[in-house]
Design a protein around this ligand. Structure first.
Ligand code: GLU
Length: 466
């Protein structure tokens, strides 16, 4: 049997991280078993439909580097097929045309409320003939739910056996009076038609499962395997939302997280493999299963995500890291992206990596390689240079001009010599103003290798200009 999962987002705005995690789990499960993950846009809510929302999800998937099999399917485009199934259910006696007057409806609503039932219809209406309906009342099609007395059980891979009393299941509408199918019907027909074998989704859909199974049973279709994932909570234990900071994939991309860090983080947020925290995507594909999805809601932990991101920045191929950082330089003043500067970043990359937890930080840390004299100095750098001994700065310029070889080691040696001659051997008295002049900051990567990477000419230009 080929395993077929699906990713069926409703395009309502940005891609929520819960949606991203659902996509990831479906993707991993399909890849783990050499199966397929299908992509369906649940776009039947035409009032809210906006192609920008669809694009946001597709872009989110692309950023996360999660691919899918086959085309992106539009649920709305299948609406005639959904309506056909409603009529097929009618033919089989599994559904019926239902109508009632507003007064009858109100009466039932009151009764249901008093009895604590969710149902606003009367099963006796099952036996009315559509032909008898008053002209001004349009019938809908309702499915026949199992009669009170029994229970329905779903064997969920995450939640275990979950049961509901038949009393809780209403004869819900599958086709509206205007002939449009309801969401409950569309999902089942699409999942069946697409051959979906495993439904992995948020547990906010657990209640729908019982209703959806009524349709599967009525059509004689095989139910898929279900795995309902607990919600993602914010650090305070409330449902993760904008209030907690970033709640969408797009925002994490903008904050400079790497897609592989996000995947690793979302994987661990709800699934475990012993105590492993760092799990590459290759490992995840080899290990992922439904059995180790946690039953309780996980809390989002920003510090953990940041640590993982720092790890993946260190692992990142240098050229890729630079490419990923490019857009982030737009936020750093006085930076020009030319080949010479980028080559310097490339040379200094090991240390830059270890100083950066996000791409924003990487851009900021590496910016001094991409500037040209005179460079901007922050307040601390200005203060250091004001306090610096002018004789030391002069000696630095002279000695660096004549230094035979311009390497990290020879620069360090000459600075030590200057410190001995002019500062009682205190290297900081030389290195600190040098760092301030070369990077514009009081903190930077090790200054001797950085100076060697900048090269003699640029170093002297920066020293002279300050
Ligand atoms: N469209 C639904 C959502 O975005 C998913 C439905 C499902 O997985 O069955 O929440």
């Amino acid at each position: 049997m080929t395993i077929i999962t699906r990713f069926p987002p409703s395009p309502t705005g940005l891609m929520h991280i819960g949606t991203a995690r659902t996509a990831l789990y479906n993707w991993l499960f399909a890849r783990r078993h050499g199966g397929k993950m299908l992509f369906r846009i649940e776009d039947t809510d035409r009032a809210r439909y906006d192609t920008a929302h669809v694009d946001a999800i597709i872009n989110g998937m692309k950023w996360l580097e999660l691919d899918w099999d086959g085309p992106v399917v539009s649920q709305f485009e299948q609406r005639n097929r959904h309506a056909d199934v409603a009529h097929e259910l009618l033919k089989r006696g599994e559904a019926y045309y239902c109508y009632c007057s507003p007064d009858e409806l109100e009466e039932m609503r009151q009764k249901a409320m008093a009895e604590g039932r969710p149902t606003f219809y009367d099963r006796r209406w099952r036996h009315r003939s559509a032909a008898d309906a008053p002209k001004d009342i349009k019938p809908v099609i309702r499915i026949k739910a199992p009669l009170p007395g029994g229970t329905m059980t779903v064997a969920d891979k995450v939640q275990g056996d979950v049961s509901v009393a038949h009393e809780q299941l209403d004869d819900f509408i599958i086709l509206r009076s205007d002939g449009t199918p309801t969401y409950m019907l569309s999902v089942v027909v699409d999942d069946h038609d697409m051959g979906v074998t495993h439904v992995i989704r948020g547990d906010d859909h657990l209640n729908n499962t019982f209703r959806q199974n009524i349709i599967y049973n009525a059509m004689g279709w095989t139910q898929p395997v279900y795995a309902h994932l607990p919600l993602i909570l914010g650090p305070d234990g409330a449902k993760m939302s904008k209030r907690h900071g970033a709640a969408s994939v797009e925002e994490y991309a903008k904050m400079g997280y790497l897609p592989e860090a996000m995947r690793n983080y979302l994987l661990r947020l709800g699934w475990s493999h012993g105590d492993d925290e760092i799990i590459s995507t290759e490992q995840a594909i080899a290990w992922f299963n439904l059995e180790h999805i946690g039953q309780s809601a996980a809390r989002f932990d920003f510090a953990k995500l940041e640590n993982l991101n720092a790890h993946y920045i260190k692992q990142c191929d240098p050229q890729r890291l630079i490419n990923l950082t490019r857009p982030f330089y737009a936020n750093v003043p006085h930076v020009t992206l030319n080949d010479e500067g980028l080559a310097r970043v490339r040379q200094g990359i090991d240390e830059l990596k270890s100083r950066s937890k996000t791409l924003i930080e990487f851009a900021f840390e590496s910016a001094f390689y991409l500037k040209s004299a005179p460079i901007d100095l922050d307040a601390k750098a200005q203060e250091i240079l004001q306090k610096a001994d002018p004789a030391i700065l002069k000696r630095l310029q002279d000695d660096l001009t004549t230094l035979p070889e311009f390497t990290a080691a020879s620069i360090e040696d000459i600075c030590k010599k200057i410190a001995q001659d002019l500062a009682d051997g205190k290297l900081g008295m030389v290195a600190m103003p040098m760092r301030a002049a070369l990077t514009g900051r009081a903190a930077s990567p090790s200054i001797f290798p950085a100076a060697a990477i900048l090269g003699r000419e640029e170093v002297l230009r920066r020293l002279r200009k300050t």
